[in-house]
Design a protein around this ligand. Structure first.
Ligand code: NAI
Length: 330
């Protein structure tokens, strides 16, 4: 099958190469269709996407994306925002699982954060009221809230999970977060087999640090989802092993949670793990759970041995050597 690959900026091409080599070594029936996008591409062409990228995603539906840098102070749009809008990937799914061999304060963490991906303060509606006052609009709709809550409960049911927790601040934002909560309650009624819990966002942050094992699937409006998911990545030792999927009804774009790491780009020292785990997430959704687990096991075993890992997790191996060690395990 054909899958669109966007290597992206900075370390993107190096970690995308790792995914390509591993999918080849696993003899998967995947034919990568590669397109450039991001700030580096825009520097020479004045366009953020290579022509044909949007059409290719429309045609092949599934894409794996490396990190892309968003230039500050120029007219270029963020590639991520543009893709999310173009393909209405309304659910940002971020599984957070403890990884063997990685130092972290907690063990056996297994949570999934489902973040609304299209509205809230990220809609970008902000303006200056006068030179000393700026206003930003927190836009929440019933339609998008019901859609994301429905996605979260369906996800819980399909993945044999038992509880969905809505994150909100409806005690203060009675209309916007109130509407989100109303949508959550009305959707929850259709899932009597799954426990529905509501937690105010500040308390949620504390509970996650004190008792992360009591949570299962979390669903949140865009901004809380963004912040809480980084907190959760901290529970498993940081962003190095955090994949995500941008999921819509028709299209799916998978990526690492981290950025383009310009400070270590083009040195062949980047850790490819998060993009590899995003690839594993994609394989699982493509109906290849055994292949996904096989890849995770090989990665975990290299990380646990610690001999052939990159600098950020205490090793001296290059991206290529790390990749080769995973291929040997596979
Ligand atoms: P970053 O995640 O790129 O880097 C933060 C720190 O983590 C740096 O020290 C970097 O070297 C390290 N790091 C990140 N990924 C690594 C990896 N795979 N292996 C080893 N070390 C790694 O965040 P930063 O610096 O805030 O953003 C850089 C650029 O990335 C910005 O232009 C930003 O807009 C973009 N970005 C893109 C994202 C995406 O495309 N999904 C997400 C986040 C940021």
């Amino acid at each position: 099958m054909k899958i669109v690959l966007i290597p992206g900026d900075g370390i993107g091409p190096e970690i995308a190469e790792s995914v390509k080599n591993i999918s080849q070594a696993m003899k998967l029936d995947i034919d990568w269709v590669t397109f450039q996008a991001g700030a580096e591409y825009a520097q020479t062409t004045k366009e953020v996407f290579e022509p044909g990228l949007v059409e290719a995603i429309k045609k092949y539906k599934w894409a794996l994306k490396g990190p892309t840098a968003t230039p500050i102070g120029t007219g270029f749009r963020s590639v991520n925002v543009a893709l999310r809008q173009q393909f209405d990937t309304y659910a940002n799914v971020r599984p957070i699982r403890s990884f063997q061999g990685i130092d972290s304060k907690y063990e056996n963490i297994d949570l999934v954060i489902i973040r609304e991906n299209t509205e809230d303060l990220y809609k970008g509606i902000e303006y200056m009221v006068n030179e000393n006052m700026a206003n930003g609009v927190k836009l929440i709709t019933r339609e998008a809230s019901e859609k994301i809550c429905h996605y979260a409960f369906e996800y819980a049911r399909i993945n044999h999970r038992h509880k969905v927790t809505a994150i909100h601040k409806a005690n203060i934002m009675k209309l916007t977060d109130g509407l989100f909560l109303e949508a959550f309650r009305s959707v929850a009624k259709n899932y009597p087999d799954i426990e529905a819990q509501e937690v105010i966002v500040d308390n949620m942050c504390m509970q996650l640090v004190l008792r992360p094992e009591t949570f299962d699937v979390l669903v949140a409006p865009n901004l809380y989802g963004d912040i809480v998911s980084d907190l959760c990545a901290g529970l498993i030792g940081g962003l190095g092993f955090a994949p995500s999927g941008n999921i819509g009804d028709d299209y799916r774009i998978y990526e690492a949670v981290h950025g383009s790491a310009p400070d270590i780009a083009k040195k062949n020292i980047a850790n490819p793990s998060a993009l590899l785990l995003a690839f594993a997430l994609m394989l699982e959704d493509l109906g290849m759970p055994n292949e996904a687990q096989h890849l995770r096991n090989a990665l975990a075993s290299v990380v646990e041995e610690g001999k052939n890992v990159t600098l950020d997790i205490g090793g001296t191996a290059s991206t290529t050597e790390f990749t080769q060690a995973i291929i040997e395990k596979l």
